[in-house]
Design a protein. Sequence first.
Length: 149
Amino acid sequence: MKKIKFIPIEIKIYILFCVLVSIISRIIPAFSRETWEKFIPFTGWSSSSPYMSSLSFVIFLFFEKNHFRFNMYKTISSVLLILYIYFGIQGIRNYAGISYNNPYLEVSEYRFVWVILIPALWILIFVISAIIRHFQESKTKHNLIEKTI
């Protein structure tokens, strides 16, 4: 439990988000196919793929004893999210509007929220938190140097 205490809050929230999305994306199709078919036009077939993949790399958070482990996890998660955004854009761009009344082929006009905006928001959170942490650490190091002089 001590190691979990030192994980930055943005990573804890992201992991919780990944767990929730992964569980929900597996429970809904198992219990109600009709409900799942209503979600597919908004989320696509692989609505939880980058998040489930990110969960497989959580183990890295418990190996290193410095902030490298957090940066490595954020980098891996960001790469997965960038790939998800890329393929989401391709899916939206290549949609010809023909669904043959099949919910698995439909693309909602709001799909960009799930496949572009939400992953981009997580990447932005990772980048901003890294910048803030960098400036806090450099300020702390600067103050320590001034005190020793």
